[in-house]
Ligand binder design. Structure first.
Ligand code: NAP
Length: 270
């Protein structure tokens, strides 16, 4: 049976843009009190204002999820404002290409620090209180990319595979404690992360639509939620496909990866 989220305290990481922004907005519209976590303070404040104008309740709580102390401080600030957290959505993530030669090691390290450790820090910070209260819901936004390794996406795919397996273990470990665990694996979503992608993005979804499906899966208490279903099948089948076919589908991935990294280096502030 679907659970009501009304009145729950939710903490969403990566709430300053894309999927996280929509999750924060829609959870507030459902009656959650929402802590909005990310590094860019102005964007978080803007979303908090959007939510307040719509009659909801939200607080901007700036933090770098790759820094455990900052994540724990964000939970303490949320508790002080709204009370203990009932629902955590570890959504913050980065998508950086992995180059072939030389490997862009700093990007690889950042990918694991934010996508994997950022998730582990956020879920772990919530856990002691949830276990004491025998209730709560831990959620991570992973990706269908976690089911296979794609050329020029090795670090991203591996970070999401690690998230999937970590959450499988955590879910089994928490069985019977009253704390639920849900892994969300979307396909392509139109957000700042994907706006410069030049390869095809089959079945691409809006962030508004993806967040709506995610919240429905959370309310239903799903263990693992992969969507959309056709892309899920294709990604899982690609594990058996010849490498040449997968490479052909990805296009001239190495040139695109070089280009995306060069563009990022030219962005102001980078
Ligand atoms: N878009 C897709 O097609 C797609 C598909 C599958 C899965 N996903 C996953 O969905 C999640 C959200 O991605 P998105 O597409 O919405 O991307 P996005 O628009 O680029 O948003 C990423 C969010 O993560 C935050 N973030 C990044 N590094 C952070 C850090 N160190 N500390 C705190 N927050 C940090 C960003 O905020 P700040 O920069 O302000 O810190 C931003 O709010 C990611 O985990 C991504 O891997 C996306």
């Amino acid at each position: 049976m679907a659970r009501s989220l009304t009145g729950k305290v939710a903490l969403v990481t990566g709430a300053s843009s894309g999927i996280g922004w929509e999750l924060g907005r829609q959870l507030a519209a459902e009656g959650c009190k929402v802590a909005l976590v990310a590094r860019r303070v102005e964007q978080l404040a803007e979303l908090a204002a959007v939510i307040a104008r719509a009659g909801g309740s939200a607080e901007a709580v700036p933090a770098d999820v790759g820094d455990r102390a900052q994540v724990e401080a964000a939970f303490a600030a949320t508790k002080a404002k709204f009370g203990p957290v009932d629902l955590v959505i570890a959504n913050a993530g980065i998508g950086r290409a992995t180059l072939r030669d030389p490997v862009n090691m700093t990007d690889v390290e950042e990918t694991f620090r934010i996508n994997l450790m950022g998730t582990v820090y956020a879920l772990s910070a919530a856990l002691p209180e949830m276990l004491a209260r025998k209730s709560g819901h831990l959620v991570a936004v992973s990706s269908l990319a976690g089911y296979t390794g794609l050329p020029s996406e090795s670090a991203y795919c591996a970070s999401k595979a690690a998230v999937n397996v970590y959450l499988d273990g955590l879910r089994r470990h928490l069985r019977g404690t009253g704390v639920l665990v849900t892994t969300l694996c979307p396909g392509f979503v139109k957000t700042p992360m994907t706006e410069k992608n030049e390869h095809p993005m089959p079945q691409v979804m809006t962030a508004e639509y993806a967040a709506r499906r995610m919240i429905r899966a959370i309310r239903a208490g799903k263990k693992v939620y992969n969507f959309p279903w056709l892309l899920t099948r294709l990604v899982k089948l690609s594990g058996w496909a010849p490498d040449a076919v997968v490479n052909w589908m990805m296009g001239d991935y190495d040139a695109l990866a070089q280009k995306s990294i060069a563009e990022r280096r030219n962005e102001p502030g980078s």
